[in-house]
Design a protein around this ligand. Structure first.
Ligand SMILES: Nc1ncnc2c1ncn2[C@@H]1O[C@H](COP(=O)(O)OP(=O)(O)O)[C@@H](O)[C@H]1O
Ligand SMILES: [Mg+2]
Length: 234
């Protein structure tokens, strides 16, 4: 992998094996790309093409069946497909941030805590972490009366904005986004796009799945088109 690259995937394949159903579900076949810092790769393709699976493989949430996923991490290079659980945790804490499609909410954990947690983890003083989190939530139009509440009762769009804030608050070198703007109205979509552009501007590499063309066109420097995957093999 070249020094300017943040992530390089080489012939990544993933087949889910469902033992109890005796079936194999091919999800990714020979996917390769290399992404420099400061640029955005949009992963595109029909539903079921393996877009989310690719992101989960990059985050170490899902183990590739073959191929390599090299990530620039703490001055070295880590192959996510071979990394130990401890290395995966360090990768998530220091290098890769992931905005999932849906925010998983935990009862009693407030929106402000959710967003400030990545900062507190990286060593920022709790007060400063909360201040930074609050500023980002405000920028994403989350009313301050909601900060102290768990997002259980929030609307879909509000939850997704909390999710975006959590993923972008920490200035991670690599950011993974799974349809981050799908449930946002136009004005908030615009704000989310601005935040992602700013992240690229400070050098972050972004791998994203974008719900609408407009967002993809505003952000993507490269497009990786995944083909529809053949049906499950029995
Ligand atoms: N944990 C899993 N176990 C079994 N099959 C899965 C799992 N996750 C995804 N798949 C299958 O892998 C394929 C790709 O899914 P996904 O990556 O979610 O597609 P996309 O995000 O492009 O819509 C689908 O056929 C899906 O059913
Ligand atoms: Mg998906």
């Amino acid at each position: 992998m070249e020094r300017s690259h943040a992530v390089a995937a080489e012939k990544v394949s993933k087949t889910f094996i469902l033992h109890n159903l005796r079936s194999r579900i091919p999800a990714l076949r020979d996917v390769s790309f290399a992404l420099p810092f400061g640029e955005c790769l949009a992963v595109s393709g029909p539903s079921g093409a393996g877009k989310s699976t690719l992101l989960r493989c990059l985050y170490g949430n899902c183990l590739a069946s073959s191929g390599s996923i090299l990530v620039s991490h703490l001055g070295g290079i880590l192959d996510v497909a071979l990394a130990s659980p401890r290395e995966i945790l360090a990768l998530r804490e220091r290098t890769v941030s992931y905005v999932s499609q849906f925010l998983r909410v935990i009862p009693r954990v407030s929106a402000l805590e959710i967003v400030s947690a990545p900062l507190a983890k990286s060593g920022l003083a709790p007060g400063e972490a909360r201040e930074k989190a609050a500023a980002l939530l405000a920028r994403l139009n989350i009313p301050s009366r909601l900060f102290a509440l768990p997002p259980m009762t929030f609307s879909g769009g509000e939850r997704q904005r909390v999710n975006i804030a959590r993923g972008l608050v920490r200035e991670a070198p690599i950011i993974l986004l799974d349809e981050p703007t799908a449930s946002l109205d136009r004005a908030n979509r615009r704000i989310a796009v601005d935040l992602i552009v700013e992240a690229k501007g400070r050098g972050a590499a972004v791998v994203g799945i974008f719900h609408d063309r407009e967002v993809q066109e505003a952000l993507a420097d490269h497009v990786l088109e995944l083909p529809a995957v053949p049906c499950a093999e029995g």
